[in-house]
Design a protein around this ligand. Structure first.
Ligand SMILES: Cc1ncc(COP(=O)(O)O)c(C=O)c1O
Length: 421
């Protein structure tokens, strides 16, 4: 590829990126069926065929989220758009919001809550661990927030916060619970109804194995009532006699949930132009994931990360974080002190076409993050990654027993019948 400054008028070469195996914490390789769906012809946004697809998307994501929530739909934009839509629509200036933080994305939720004018209370724990339910209960009892916002799987630390008790605790203290499930949806259970999660948002580019750019969200009646109290319809699309709700106007127009809900309701009130191709992609992602079966998909992720971890340990590498609460779709591994972290990653990419992840903040330069998500999460890819990493590390002076990593990973696959071919 030519990186020189282009001369005026140049139209560049055809898109032809070198093949990659994306084994970072996302984005990951996209399911071929989803790539095909992306090339489906455009439809007008009020074409009955298209509105039928919108309704199907709602029905499909109810299954992915394991919820009966009527309000289950897409926000256009990457996962962060879904996060901001939920938070800006829920948080009125001055609301007290509790943000338990166990990694980078907890800090992101803090920052967004502060931008929404919330009175933010944070609870932090050491990176590499998560919160006990009692720690959360104590904080909720003490601060009595209107809203608790937290991440399910924080890819920055590779830890997954158990959520099965948190929703019930929030209800006990009359708080709403918002969860960022960007990195877990489709790869680990996200039990929206069983865990009493009031709002949840995600993205496509992790275990749903789609392209970044669409954010499936879901909210229950408790949450819908709160945002409905802030319904203000924009001037150009108001019907005569429209009465605005009494609550404070939502600061963002694009991410205003009541207006998005009007668009996703039979009223089809025109708000934005739905990102047609991304809706096709989101629909196909859900069909692939549900077609495999959620439980089968979770098992595939568990087995793959078990195999990867066995292989890394056989290479005498040390795994990062509390072993009980590791996500099953991304693994943190300490970088051996004797190698240059970016050189190893660079050689994996240029010599083997494999991308693994670096890390942020306090973990930068300390761990690599290896994703086993969605379409990528298959035995052949795990073995390819381990073989390549072993070779690159050896060439960089960190030798381990040749073949030990692959043997250890294969031994894990040998135990499970659920291993995909
Ligand atoms: C847990 C979590 N939340 C939010 C995001 C932000 O997603 P996006 O980059 O799609 O906006 C990510 C991305 O890595 C993530 O892992």
């Amino acid at each position: 590829m030519n990186n020189e400054k282009p001369s005026t008028g140049e139209i560049f070469e055809d898109l032809d990126p070198a093949p990659r195996l994306l084994m970072g914490p996302g984005p990951v390789d996209v399911y071929p069926r989803v790539l095909r769906a992306l090339s489906t012809p455009m439809l007008g946004q009020f074409d009955p065929q298209f509105t039928t697809y919108m309704n199907q998307v709602m029905a499909l994501y109810r299954q992915v989220y394991r919820t009966q929530n009527h309000w289950t739909f897409l926000v256009n934009g990457t996962a962060r758009a879904g996060i901001e839509a939920c938070m800006v629509s829920l948080i009125s200036p001055g609301d007290r919001v509790l943000v338990p933080i166990f990694g980078r994305f907890g800090h992101l939720l803090h920052e967004i809550a502060a931008r929404c004018g919330a009175e933010v209370v944070t609870l932090e724990t050491t990176w590499g661990r998560v919160f006990e339910a009692d720690e959360l209960r104590d904080a909720i009892r003490q601060h009595r927030p209107k809203l608790v916002v937290m991440v399910h799987g924080d890819t920055s630390t590779t830890m997954a916060q158990p959520l099965d008790e948190v929703g019930a605790i929030c209800r006990e203290y009359d708080a709403l619970l918002y969860v960022d499930a960007t990195a877990t949806l489709g790869g680990m259970p996200v039990e929206v109804d069983a865990w009493y999660l009031d709002l949840v948002s995600a993205g496509l580019q992790k275990c749903m194995s789609g392209p970044p750019g669409s954010s499936p969200i879901t909210l229950n009646q408790r949450a819908a009532q709160v945002v409905e109290r802030r319904r203000h319809i924009e001037a150009g699309i108001r019907a005569d006699g429209t009465v605005d709700a009494a609550g404070a106007r939502i600061q963002s127009n694009y991410l205003d949930l009541p207006m998005l809900m009007d668009y996703w309701s039979p009223r089809r009130l025109n708000h934005h132009t739905e990102a047609t191709s991304m809706l096709y992609a989101a629909r196909e992602c859900a069909r692939v994931v549900l077609g495999e079966g959620l439980e089968q998909g979770f098992a595939r992720h568990r087995t793959a990360s078990g195999a990867l971890r066995a292989g890394l340990e056989a290479m005498k590498l040390r795994l990062y974080g509390d072993p009980v609460h590791r996500m099953t779709n991304v693994t943190g591994v300490y970088i051996p002190a004797s190698v240059e972290a970016d050189k190893v990653r660079g050689e994996l990419l240029t010599d083997f076409g494999i991308e693994i992840g670096t890390s942020f903040g306090q973990l930068h330069g300390k761990i690599w993050r290896i994703g086993t998500m969605g379409y990528v999460c298959r035995k052949a890819n795990i073995l390819r990654c381990l073989t390549a990493l072993e070779a690159v590390l050896r060439r960089n002076g960190f030798a381990s027993d040749a073949g030990a990593a692959v043997d250890a990973a294969c031994a894990v696959y040998d135990v499970y019948d659920d291993a995909p071919a």
